[in-house]
Write a protein that binds this ligand. Structure first.
Ligand SMILES: NC(=O)c1ccc[n+]([C@@H]2O[C@H](COP(=O)([O-])OP(=O)(O)OC[C@H]3O[C@@H](n4cnc5c(N)ncnc54)[C@H](OP(=O)(O)O)[C@@H]3O)[C@@H](O)[C@H]2O)c1
Length: 304
């Protein structure tokens, strides 16, 4: 069935892959962006203005729409976490969604499906070997606090949508954008470096798989929270070792101490120096099949 799907932040890493996929499948995609003038439309993808801070939105965007996907959010790795940027990280996810929910309620618009992005930062900026499932409690740092409230706000979308899914996402590995080019750069320069202890887990997921998972959640009418990470999380050291092996680099792996990273990056250093393993059993048991289920397979493709 062809659907009208509104995506906030559809201009970002996940949004671009997802909107192309949904459009190819015959759906109409309407992207909510702060700068629609920057993008050129296609017959199935259009760009619409919103400004959640000033509570402004293109009044046509939800006309006959059945689905809303919330991907908007200030990038957590783009700037140091000053108190102003922390407020932007939280507000652009939570208050922006609250604005949309209140707008839909005010207009009396009911949707078939809402899917919200979330992040495995929920489990906290710590490192241990205990496999986390969706039932585990949140961590107690800044990011975990933001993600908890963001998920609560997402679940409130059941007031305006029949199905509500939240995808608690790991680090999205894309060949050209986001974390992957930065992680792989030292290895490509023949200087494979381990950041921090190397024992922290990297809960990765390929761009293709995260886009497929959104489309799958939509098609199946899933409800509830699902971890969106590949089946086998690896430690940072294993990640670098695997990439070095594929590039035929057989040297020892020097490490950049965590305290130095903290000095340069401040509090956000924990994004690279900490990580617990996260389980994807729940989404797999629902029937979702990963294209990239092993890191080696992804690295072989990306490094080719
Ligand atoms: N990529 C990952 O590894 C990853 C991992 C876990 C969770 N997630 C979550 O998944 C969602 C999508 O991720 P992504 O990687 O596609 O993000 P992204 O590339 O950073 O794009 C997010 C989009 O949000 C919009 N945006 C940025 N700052 C904003 C602000 N202050 N107010 C309103 N909108 C703003 C931008 O759209 P416009 O400039 O066009 O308005 C941007 O294109 C995010 O919420 C992210 O936290 C991503």
């Amino acid at each position: 069935m062809s659907l009208i799907i509104v995506i906030s932040g559809g201009t970002g890493l996940i949004g671009k892959a997802l909107s192309r996929k949904l459009a190819r499948a015959g759906n109409t995609v309407r992207i909510l962006t702060r700068t629609p003038e920057k993008y050129s439309e296609s017959p199935s993808i259009s760009f619409h203005f919103w400004d959640w801070k000033r509570r402004k939105i293109d009044e046509n965007v939800f006309q006959n729409a059945q689905v809303f996907i919330h991907l908007a959010g200030a990038n957590i790795g783009a700037k140091r976490w000053t108190s102003a940027y922390k407020a932007e990280i939280a507000g652009s996810r939570i208050l922006s969604l609250k604005f949309i929910r209140e707008y839909l309620q005010e207009k009396g618009i009911r949707l078939r499906t809402f899917i919200g992005a979330s992040a495995i930062g929920y489990y906290g900026c710590i490192t241990d070997k205990l496999l986390r499932t969706e039932e585990d409690p949140p961590g107690d740092d800044f990011l975990a606090g933001v993600v908890s409230v963001w998920e609560e706000e997402s679940l409130l979308m059941n007031r305006v949508a029949d199905n509500v899914t939240v995808l608690r996402t790991g680090v999205v590995l894309d060949k050209n954008e986001g974390a992957f080019p930065k992680m792989i750069k030292p290895v490509k320069m023949k200087m494979p470096l381990v950041l921090g202890s190397g024992k922290q887990y990297v809960n990765w997921i390929a761009t293709d798989d995260i886009a497929d998972m959104y489309a799958y959640a939509l098609e199946k009418g899933l409800n509830g929270i699902y971890n969106a990470v590949a089946p086998r999380p690896v430690t940072y050291k294993e990640f670098v070792e695997c990439a070095a092996m594929l590039l035929n680099l057989f040297c020892c792996l020097p490490s950049v101490p965590g305290f130095l990273l903290k000095l340069f990056l401040g509090e956000m250093a924990c994004l690279v120096t900490e990580g617990v393993p996260v389980s994807s059993s729940k989404i797999r048991e629902s029937g979702f099949v990963f294209k990239y289920d092993r890191l080696e397979k992804l690295l072989r493709d990306y490094l080719r």
